[in-house]
Design a protein around this ligand. Structure first.
Ligand SMILES: Nc1ncnc2c1ncn2[C@@H]1O[C@H](COP(=O)(O)OP(=O)(O)OP(=O)(O)O)[C@@H](O)[C@H]1O
Ligand SMILES: [Mg+2]
Length: 307
């Protein structure tokens, strides 16, 4: 940064001024990169504290992963971000807009899309139609016009439908499902259904894509293909944020890992930092972590945070 600002030195000859400028430019760059900011997020279900005091900043363009034992609050966290649940307290800011408490479709329009832990496709629609549904949210056409257009097949309606189909076909190509476009979604293999959900989420042109256990039920080849798909999604300018229990995948693709346990954030950082964090080891292995056998157990315990 300092080198790239060298040409400014004659204009701002004083070190202090240029140092100040560098600092404020770095601040602006940082502000530009951090696009999801969460402050003091809490969610209670009656007496149960599913989330408590979560602060988090996500930067654009990195692969973020959220991990933690079963019941840690990961899906609840995604549900709060996407408006499926209203947080009990706290703030969620996306870009420069506060999105706390907005409805799911409003949050999708702000640029956040998601997939679900339990696949939610329109089982009686074709693969292509499922992706087109994801695109409708961006067309923002009033319901009455849609209805009248569909009834009389007006020119505008047909043009828009063709555009939707083109875009949906491109996305199916992107996730590798083109050849299945005419099939009913319920006839797809499980791993393909997960990729179809990703295509449908991408159809809304998100900036942030939340994936809740995208590798669940996939075989090693499918998981490998999913990892490269997530890389391609990032290259498209969409920031992936995934919940995953497959540690090999998480450690292999994540720039930033956040660990939840009992609704609290207990660690965050890169793969190496998270794997060595004693609180993380404790959360996954419990009391075993302090025994000499803990290391051996870490290779066999369910979902330990190592690759
Ligand atoms: N709608 C709800 N009503 C009541 N309790 C809920 C609700 N949703 C989640 N919970 C509870 O909140 C806690 C966190 O659940 P959550 O589904 O977020 O965990 P998770 O980390 O996604 O777990 P998993 O890895 O098993 O998917 C659990 O104790 C769960 O039973
Ligand atoms: Mg979950």
């Amino acid at each position: 940064m300092r080198d790239s600002l060298g040409w400014l030195t004659p204009i701002f000859p004083y070190d202090k001024v240029s140092a100040g400028l560098v600092t404020s430019l770095s601040f602006l760059e940082m502000r530009d990169r951090m696009f999801l900011k969460i402050e003091g997020l809490a969610k209670r279900f009656e007496g149960l504290k599913a989330l408590e005091g979560i602060d988090l900043i996500l930067e654009k363009g990195e692969v973020h992963s959220l991990i933690g034992p079963n019941g840690a609050g990961k899906t609840t966290f995604f549900n709060c971000i996407t408006g499926m649940l209203s947080p009990t307290s706290g703030r969620i800011v996306f870009g420069s807009k506060e999105i706390t408490g907005l409805k799911p479709f409003q949050i999708t329009r702000c640029g956040i899309a998601r997939t679900f832990q339990n696949i939610r496709l329109f089982s009686e629609m074709t693969v292509l139609e499922n992706v087109m549904v994801g695109r409708y949210i961006q067309t923002a056409r009033p319901l009455v016009r849609t209805f009248v257009g569909a009834l009389f097949k007006g020119r505008n309606f047909c043009n828009q439908e063709n555009d939707l189909q083109d875009k949906a076909r491109q996305l199916l190509d992107f996730v590798g499902l083109s050849r299945h476009h005419k099939r009913l979604s319920r006839h797809l293999a499980y791993g393909d259904q997960r990729r179809l959900e990703i295509a449908r989420a991408l159809a809304s042109d998100p900036m942030l894509l939340l994936l809740d256990e995208p590798a669940a039920g996939m075989n090693p080849q499918e998981t490998q293909a999913l990892m490269s798909l997530i890389g391609k999604i990032r290259e498209r300018g969409v920031t992936p944020f995934l919940i995953e229990h497959n540690m090999q995948m998480v450690m292999g693709i994540s720039d930033h890992i956040i660990v939840l346990d009992h609704g609290e954030k207990i660690a965050e950082g890169d793969a190496a930092a998270v794997q060595q964090n004693p609180r993380v080891i404790e959360a996954y292995l419990g009391a075993q972590a302090s025994t000499p056998d803990a290391k051996a157990a870490s290779t066999t315990a369910k979902n330990p945070p190592s690759c």
